[in-house]
Write a protein that binds this ligand. Sequence first.
Ligand SMILES: [Mg+2]
Length: 125
Amino acid sequence: MKVEIKQVKYLGSMHYQDQKSISKVQLEQIPWVQHNFGNRPAWMCILGLIEELGELSHSFLKRAQGIRTSENHDDKIKDAVADIVIFLCDFCTSEGIDLEKEVLKTWNKVKKRDWKKDPTGKQTV
Ligand SMILES: [Mg+2]
């Protein structure tokens, strides 16, 4: 079974200048979470994250299998991906982590890796 990679298509519709900050989402989320759920342990965010990964898996699998065609798998995949990031923001806030800062810090390392040039990974960061 061949699975089409839609990443390029999706990224093609994105414009750099339109990007919103994940930090903005994380900051806006703090009073919303406090209002709706109060103080709760960080593991609840992890469970929410896992739940959303399950929703992503469900829609991605059903689309690949060509079943449950009454469901809009493309929309559900987008919704699940967004919910994953939202739960991850909540978890990071609980742990005092600036998600955007950490993503950029790690991405700046990862993007220097060239797996074509160095498949062993011994020369990479
Ligand atoms: Mg969801």
